[in-house]
Design a protein. Structure first.
Length: 378
């Protein structure tokens, strides 16, 4: 990694450091001007470029770094030798890490008053569409991959493919750069790499005895995946959903009807009798239970997997929901359930009513979970 140093005579010098020996540094985020206006790597090496318009923001960054007690700083336009394609590719792959590890990050906004991320957070959020919580430094794990992918919707880049490549660190994947593929091609490759990573994290469960018993035994219709917070329950279910080729739709009932339209007759019967309000008032639970029961008893119902994640996050009527799942899990031999939750005695007690169930405890499979999670972090 190359870093700049701003001298007393306003001279720039450049030094190269290994990843494990580099000193604390500041980093500049800025909007590029015309290519001829930006200070390049060659300009710094040859001690030229002071008359270029882009030198102004480099001077500002160097002075601000000095005020913050930092000798070194990094600017993409002149710390990367863009004539070396291998170096450019490695730099883009490393850029998220370089920004994350910087001691200070400065954003050069020529049309804004001086401020910090607290005072300007509203403007940044409006311009980027990135949630305030993420801008305040929350862990990326709090945001789904799909949400992170949408953060580039308002971004403009010189090369269209860079919209995608800028996400590599955000979604933690490596991708070879190919500037002739177009933005759609880059997105397809990015999604492929994300899917490969996800598959590695969950595939261990497919060979687990409890999961195989649930999946293969017609009498095992309910699989309860239990574990303490941050043990990987949601990660497992996302993988199992993909493996079983089912889609997560809004509501179990909607999913059933969407996959098998003939089942809509059970919904229509209630709707015709009382109108849409029957599904919206405080007593909506009762007709929904009736419809769901009728659907599960429908002789035309094909093999179906119902997956409910994070039962413990149900803040109202949890006992009612648990009783319903326990009862309905035995209602049809062609319907299999997976539910996940934390290790709560209340949940365990209610699910004991289920007639045909299998348990998969993440604590009892700690080695598999630990390996998958550690590899994901690394």
């Amino acid at each position: 990694m190359r870093l700049l140093k701003y001298g007393e005579n306003e001279d720039l010098s450049i030094a190269e450091f290994d990843e494990d020996t580099k000193p604390p540094y500041a980093i500049l985020s800025h909007r590029w001007g015309a290519e001829a206006d930006e200070v390049t790597f060659e300009d710094v090496v040859e001690n030229t470029g002071k008359n270029k318009p882009g030198y102004t923001k480099i001077r500002c960054c160097g002075k601000q770094a000095q005020r913050d007690g930092l000798q070194y700083f990094w600017v993409d336009t002149c710390c990367i030798n863009k004539a070396n394609k291998a170096e450019l590719s490695l730099a883009i792959q490393s850029m998220f890490r370089w920004y994350r590890n910087s001691a200070q990050c400065y954003v050069y906004l020529s049309d804004e008053k001086l401020g910090d991320k607290r005072s300007l957070i509203q403007q940044v959020q409006e311009a980027t569409g990135i949630p305030r919580l993420a801008l305040q430094g929350a862990s990326l794990s709090k945001f789904s991959i799909n949400k992170r992918l949408r953060w580039i919707e308002h971004r403009r880049t010189t090369h269209l493919e860079d919209k995608v490549y800028s996400l590599l660190g955000v979604v933690d994947v490596d991708l070879a750069l190919c500037y002739s593929e177009g933005v759609d091609g880059a997105f397809r490759r990015l999604h492929d790499e994300i899917d490969k990573t996800k598959q590695y994290l969950y595939r261990w469960v497919l060979h687990n005895d409890s999961f195989r018993q649930w999946h293969e035994d017609p009498q095992s219709r309910l699989l309860w995946i239990k574990g303490d917070p941050s043990k990987g329950k949601t990660m497992l279910l996302c993988g199992i959903i993909d493996e079983l080729a089912t889609a997560v739709l809004q509501g179990l009932l909607y999913m059933l009807v969407k996959q098998q339209p003939s089942l809509a007759s059970h919904v229509r019967k209630k709707y015709d009798a009382a109108g849409k309000n029957i599904f919206e008032d405080a007593n909506a639970w009762i007709p929904l239970v009736d419809i769901f029961t009728d659907v599960l008893r429908d002789l035309s119902l094909t093999t179906t997997y119902l997956i409910v994640d994070a039962l413990d996050e149900c803040v109202t009527n949890l006992p009612k929901l648990l009783d319903f799942i326990a009862k309905q899990s035995s209602a049809s031999s062609c319907v299999k359930w997976i539910v996940s939750s934390r290790n709560w005695p209340e949940i365990e007690g209610r699910l004991e009513q289920a007639g045909h169930k299998v348990r998969l405890s993440l604590e009892l499979n700690a080695a598999s979970v630990s390996t998958a999670v550690q590899d994901f972090i690394d």
